[in-house]
Design a protein around this ligand. Structure first.
Ligand SMILES: [Zn+2]
Ligand SMILES: [Zn+2]
Length: 232
């Protein structure tokens, strides 16, 4: 079942949709009121890709084409093809796509660059279009958010140093991927100054993600939870 309409009001967690064609609701009306059928709403984004987004996209593609030995056009087609396939996305043109697709495509390109530790003319941080996604991808690929070198996980909220490494609990902490040099700098100048200097932020990961990204195992979490209870 599918219907098209316009959102007329958003009130807290309630969204009102005015349906274009009343007939399209026919089938849904026959569903029992108590069933609360599940929906998956796709909002059509009419804002066009911004010039900055287009510039970022081509800059990343240019660095990629240098690295992989394709022409810019070939590289663009390869990455678009991969994007359609991986993201199950519709074909688009960088000339007139929407702002959300452009943002997703930029994040997709950067993730690819991070994965292959691809050298770039400018820091990937300057190309990112969605800071949260970029911070996450860097943690996932253990790539320094600033320079792209191999990175460790740093706790933004750590109070003081000298934590026993074995009992470090990554849950409920803001994390960031930093190489040795940038890690040292963050400790030397302090997080608030560091965050402002580079325009970066820490992000929280849930236990499932920590386990999936290999940052912290469920076993470790249980051990810590056990330890804490015993200590009391
Ligand atoms: Zn640290
Ligand atoms: Zn670094």
């Amino acid at each position: 079942m599918n219907f098209i309409g316009k959102i007329t009001e958003i009130n807290g967690r309630y969204v009102t949709v005015k349906v274009d064609d009343l007939l399209s609701l026919g089938l849904i009306n026959s569903v029992n009121d108590d069933e609360h059928p599940e929906v998956d709403v796709t909002v059509v984004d009419k804002r066009l890709i911004s010039p900055v987004q287009r510039r970022k996209t081509y800059a990343i593609l240019r660095d990629m084409s240098d690295f992989f030995g394709y022409t810019l056009d070939e590289m663009k087609n390869v990455m678009k093809g991969l994007f359609y396939e991986t993201m199950d996305a519709h074909e688009f043109s960088l000339g007139n796509t929407d702002i959300t697709t452009a943002r997703t495509f930029i994040s997709f390109l950067l993730e690819f660059a991070l994965k292959y530790h691809m050298p770039m003319r400018k820091p990937a941080l300057e190309y990112q279009d969605d800071l949260d996604v970029y911070m996450y991808q860097s943690l996932k690929n253990r790539s320094c958010v600033i320079c792209g070198l191999a990175a460790d996980v740093h706790h933004v909220d750590t109070v003081g140093m000298g934590n026993d490494r074995r009992t470090v609990d990554h849950r409920e902490k803001h994390l960031i991927a930093l190489c040795r040099a940038h890690h040292n700098e963050a400790h030397n100048i302090g997080w608030p100054v560091f965050a402002q200097k580079y325009h970066v932020k820490g992000i929280k990961l849930d236990p499932e993600t920590l386990q999936r990204l290999g940052i912290m195992t469920f076993k470790r979490m249980e051990e810590i939870d056990g330890t804490t209870t015993n200590v009391q």
